[in-house]
Design a protein around this ligand. Structure first.
Ligand SMILES: O=CC(=O)O
Length: 314
């Protein structure tokens, strides 16, 4: 398979994946070419696969520029950086990395809830800053038993629900349609869900419909005692509205793993103690990233050997 051209469009994938791709295929790294047009003119006709991730995928222009493209394999579960419509139209296969990262992301969501409500980062800074000698840290907020509202009850949403149940949290959810098999309380709108929970978690895919699903109305419905957790995508949240609400005390707090313009985070948030800010690390452990890389490699191998894809999306 060494002659098959594969284009890696993100420099953020783990070295193991890059090395394995390089061993198996004729690998082009997008960042090796100062001009994208130069890469496309020189090698575009030999590229049969694109590998991307949560940060870079295959938009319509790239797909159009690669006449031999057969498959886009993403080192991520979210595929919002891939033009799925264009892929369908052109018969280009698309794969992602579901399941192998579900536990990891759900664990982090619970970690964010605990860290936010119990102010674990602040407490750590308090001790490191030598403040404990001068007095105890102030009282925080109990997590067990809080009502958790989840937007999107897919694999990750359901795994978060299961974990939160272990903390005796009543669970409710919003999704486009009610899940008949679910025992959790369903709300047909995000505003209703937000009005009826203490902690609102964004766990749905980013699509045109879910872009800014967290807007001013939802934030106000969650209110000054409510907490927002986002382990989805930054663009699920109207970020300026979130920042205003936090600065004005209209929202109790936020635990965010993702932001609208990563790696840029609104600096107004840096001074707030009721926020926890993470650098998009939902699946970022050695174990999970390795399993994700193996899925990308497995999907490419299956495709080029004419076997069924392991995790086909399109
Ligand atoms: O954000 C990470 C992913 O989509 O896997």
């Amino acid at each position: 398979m060494g002659s098959i051209g594969v284009l890696l469009v993100s420099h953020q994938v783990i070295p193991y994946l890059e090395q394995e791709l390089n061993k198996r295929y004729n690998l082009f790294r997008l960042w090796d070419f100062p001009q994208k047009s130069q890469l496309l003119t020189q090698h575009g006709a030999s590229i049969r696969a694109v590998v991307g991730d949560a940060f870079a995928g295959a938009d319509s222009d790239l797909i159009e520029a690669l006449p031999k493209l057969e498959i886009v394999s993403s080192f991520s579960v979210g595929v919002d950086k891939i033009d799925l419509g264009k892929c369908k139209e052109k018969g280009i296969r698309v794969t992602n990395t579901p399941d192998v990262l579900t536990d990891e992301v759900a664990d982090l969501a619970i970690g964010l809830m605990l860290t936010l409500l119990r102010r674990i980062c602040e407490c750590d800074r308090y001790v490191r800053g030598g403040n404990w000698k001068h007095g105890d840290y102030k009282l925080t907020t109990k997590f067990s038993g809080k009502t958790v509202g989840i937007i999107g009850l897919g694999r990750i949403g359901a795994a978060i629900a299961k974990r939160a149940e272990g903390f005796n949290c009543p669970i409710s959810y919003y999704s486009r349609t009610q899940k008949q098999e679910s025992k959790y309380k369903y709300y047909p709108s995000v505003v209703e869900l937000a009005s009826n929970c203490d902690i609102l978690v964004v766990a749905c895919p980013l699509t045109e419909e879910t872009h800014h699903i967290i807007n001013r109305e939802v934030i106000n419905a969650l209110g000054p005692k409510g907490f927002l957790i986002n382990i989805g995508r930054g663009k699920h949240v109207d970020e300026p509205e979130l920042v205003f609400a936090l600065l004005e005390g209209r929202l109790g707090g936020a635990g965010l793993d993702v932001f609208e313009n990563e790696p840029h985070v609104p600096e107004e948030l840096f001074g707030l103690e009721n926020v926890v800010l993470l650098p998009h690390v939902g699946s970022a452990t050695v174990e999970t990233r390795t399993a994700m890389a193996d899925l990308v490699l497995g999907n490419l191998e299956a495709h080029f050997l004419g076997k069924p894809l392991l995790t086909p999306l399109v």
